[in-house]
Structure formats: C-alpha cells, structure tokens
Design a protein around this ligand. Sequence first.
Ligand SMILES: Nc1ncnc2c1ncn2[C@@H]1O[C@H](COP(=O)(O)OP(=O)(O)OP(=O)(O)O)[C@@H](O)[C@H]1O
Length: 594
Amino acid sequence: MVMFETDFNLHNSLKQLIKEFMETIPTKAMIMCLLNSNYKVIYKHGELKGFDSAFNFGECLATKRFNGVDLSGVLRCKTQTKEVFVHDNRRYVLAVAPVLSTDGKLAAIIMCICRETEYSEEIFGAMKIMSKTVIKEVIDIQKRLLNNYEQAIIKTISDGFMAVDKDGIIRFLNDKAFEILGVGPEAIGKNLREITEFEPELFEVLKTGKGWIDKEFIIDMKSKKNIHLLKTAIPVLDESGKVAAVIDTFREIKSVRNLVNKMTGARACFTFDDIIYKSAAMDEVVKFARKIAKSESSVLIQGESGTGKELFAHAIHNSSNRRCGPFITIDCSTIPHDLVESELFGYVEGAFTGARRGGRPGKFELANGGTIFLDEIGEMSPEIQKKFLRVLQNRTVTRIGDHVPIPIDIRVIAATNRNLEEEVKERNFREDLFYRLNVINLHIPPLCERKEDIIPTALYFVSKIGEKTGKADAIIDEGTQKYLMNYSWPGNVRELKNVIERGLNIMEGKCLKPEHLPKRITEHAEENSRAGINLVNQKSEFNDISRLSLEELEKKKIFETLKLYNWNRKKTAEALGIARSTLYEKIKKYGINV
Ligand SMILES: Nc1ncnc2c1ncn2[C@@H]1O[C@H](COP(=O)(O)OP(=O)(O)OP(=O)(O)O)[C@@H](O)[C@H]1O
C-alpha cells in the first residue's frame, strides 16, 4: 500500500513538473514524456512532427531501443544520457533521465526528443533537476508515510512489541510491552539479559537468524514472574544478510484464550431467564441457584438426564463474577480414555533453558479465570478422579511431560444423573472428591414431579422453535395438552422439546393435535388410563407430592411389569421381588384392570 501511494505520488509529481517545464519552452518541436518502470508511456507533453502519430514509446522501449538508438546502456547505468539520431533525414536529440528510487531501482523515466537545432543544455539540466527533486520529495513523503504507518501500527497493536539489536540491547518497547513485561522506559538501552531471569531465546535468533511464529513461553522477568506468553520473533537482516536485530511481538496467553473462547463458542449461552418453570419445586431451585451463583464454591448439580443441568450451569456462570471469563465444558462420558489426561491437563513439547515452550494447554488452563463445567462427572475414571482432586487441592495444573505447575483460577460446576452418594458407597467415586465438589448441591427434579411446568415449557418451545418455521403462534389443543400431562417424560425437558419440534414439523395448520404426537405418548396415556392412573386429574399435587408420586410410580411399575409378562401374576411378582399376595393387594389397591 505504501509503495502504491509512493509510485502514485511520484508519477503525479513528475507529470506536473514536465507540464510546468514544457509550458515555459517556446519551441514546439519537442516532446517530453514520462514512462513508468515498465517502459510504458504514462504521460506525454508537446508535439514533434513525424513522431506524433503511431509513436509508441512503450514498444520502442520494450526493446530498449529508440529509432536505432540503443538505450539499454542508459537504463543499465542508470545515469542521464543523450544521443543524436537521424530520422527522415533530420537530426534529433534523444535525452533520457532515469528516476531512481532510494534503493537504486528504476522508478520512472523522463524522456525528451527534439530537433537538434532546438536542443539546449538547459533541457538536459532541467530533466536532471526534475528527476532528483521529485525523488527527494517522494522519499520524504514515503518516509513520512512509513513513519506514520509504523507509529500507528505499533501504537495500536494490542501486542507487546520489542526491538532488540544484534548485541541484545533493547532498542524499542511499545506501551503494551511495558505493561506485559512489567518494565518501564528505563529498560530501553539495557541488555535483554539484564531484565530477565534466564538466557533469553532471542539470543538464539540473533545467532542463527531463525525466528519463530506463535510459540508459547512461560518466562520469569526480574520485575514479574510467570508470564505466560505467545511470542513471535522475526530476525531483521542487514544488506549483507547478517542479523542486525530481532523484532519480538508477544501477547499474554489469557488474551489469546479469551479470543479463542469467543471464536470457538466456549461461552455460556443461557441465563436464568432462559429457564422456564411454574412449579414451586423449580422456583425453589432457581432461587437457590441465583443466590449461590456469586459464590466461588464448587457446585454439584444432580438430576435425571434432560432436566436442565447444563442450562443451570450456564446460568450460574453468567450470573457469577466470572461471567466475562471462559466457560469450558468437559463431557467426562465422551472423552476417549487415553485422551482424558492430555485433554484436561495439556502437554508440553519439550523444555529448554530458562523459558519453557508449550505444546498444548489442557481444558483446565483454558478455563483459567472462568468456570469449568464437568458434565457426567460420575463417568470419570478413578485414575482421573485422583488427578482431578489434586488440581482442586493445589489450584495448579502440570502439563504432561512437564514438572512445573501452572497456577489456575477456576470455579468448578459438576453435573451427574447418577446418584453420586451411592457411587461413593459403592466405591466407584472418591469420597474426598465428592465432598470437594458437593460444597453446594443443586437437585433438579424430574419433569414428572413438576407437572405444572409441562404446558408452560411446551408453549415456550412452540414459540421458540416455531419462530424458525413461522409457527410461533401455534396453539396446543386441549386433547394434546392432556396427553402431554399424562406422559411420564423419562427424557425430561429434552424429550418434551424434541416432541414439540417434531409436532411443529409435521403439523399443517396452526394447532398441535394429538395426531402430531409420537405414538409412545398417546399409547402411554391410554395404558395409564387402563391402569387407572389419571395424572391430570390428581388434585393434590401440592399437598403431598412426594408420597403421591411414589405411589404413582409404583402403580406404573406394576402395570408395566404385568404387561411385560403378559399379565402373568406369578412371573410379575417374581420380577418385582414381592410376594404374590402383595401383588394382589397392590392390583386391588390401585384398581388395575387385569
Ligand atoms: N427449565 C427449562 N426451560 C427451558 N429449557 C429447558 C429447561 N430445562 C431443560 N431445558 C432444555 O432441555 C434441553 C436439555 O437440557 P440440558 O442439556 O441442560 O439437560 P441435562 O440435565 O444437562 O442433560 P444430560 O444429563 O443428558 O446432559 C436443552 O435444550 C435445554 O435448553
């Protein structure tokens, strides 16, 4: 861009000068033109009989000859020259003044052709002045431009910027570099070794001329310890190809991570406003979660699959003081066993004097300054549980292959649909880890225990999912609502969401009807009514919800087992592990039609 502007300025200035000069010349028998560095005529002033028509300087000069005059010498020597030549039995003077840029390259050519009788040394002198004046002017512009650009770039880049000369003397530091390295302007002029606690690898670059791009370092400065950086070092060579300086740009890894998190979506998307409920049970859970969101303590969220554990984890993070930090999710059930360690703790590539070069950070490091959400924590292997406990105790992680702990500042939210207390009893889950995680416990009740939430949540999904398909104002008819209420929702809110999405996809009008529901829901309701279970009409949902739901579950279990064993009571009693007489009593109690 700078070059383009420079050429543009150069050519414009030259055109102007040629024009002004030609206007002062009384003779008409003269042409002065400007050629670019590819020998193409870009400007022509004046007239010369016999040369005007079909006169193509570009072509002539492409062969570096003009009317038999060999110009290659002039252009090669890059000095101003003139020759006399004959055209149509007349003698002409051809004068050429190359315009050279600062690095000695051909930037343009001023060329003049005139009858020998019209020629004067002033013309030649003027051409010389033109080429010199302009180039000086342009160089000044170029310098000014470059200076402005450089300053603007260096000032505005969010990276630290350091220039070190061939002896390792710091020649330049920008404001960001002062901030990151914890040094002041007095560092300029000092040897790099004086401000670091190790032999800086930049000396290697000065020695070998080999730089690097985006390498990770943890460095200790005299003024500041443990700076975790991503660095790029570019050697600057002099004319003879020797390393004259190194330009070192760097940024703090936390800012790199913030950027990565932003780009890769390692953010919590939901807030408490996204949690839909009407039930008193859920109201209590949400109120409690809002209260503990600001705390720094670990949270263990328990609940069946699809009840919204992840949703709560997002909402807690977004209401916490860490909301601007990363939110990193680890699904402990899906990371391949042999990758768990490197995923969680990261690894190093190799170590070298003073500074440590990193391989890849683990999820704990990525979560630094934010929240780590460990989903399905119950699936974590005992070996990893042990290592994880150490991270929580020491608040540091050590990358695989390294021995230096990296301090981390994270809040842990874990979730499971297992009964973790039972897992502890069964020795599948470490007790010490359980207590560390279970500082705050949140239990999300299954959807079947909070029937008042079914319809509001279903309507919410209609408007949310319907937005994309133009069915946001669809209604759920009464019959459909009854089916939804009578179903037991083993997949909880996730299942409800899927059912609504499916229904919206297959329905044609504006009303979600029973035929738009999956068979398992309508059949289930019919079975329930055959079993004498009518969940919708149960009046006392509020009075003693836990007792009623237990009974309801028992009734359902007996009905399903009877159905499974083709209404054979002996087999059913055996399968349920109860006496046949007890089974008869229950069938009678619950009014099941067998
Ligand atoms: N109360 C709610 N209001 C609105 N949407 C909800 C609610 N509860 C759950 N959802 C939605 O249901 C789906 C499942 O929720 P989520 O993934 O949080 O459940 P989970 O308990 O973490 O499931 P799993 O144990 O299988 O990981 C998500 O799309 C979520 O947004």
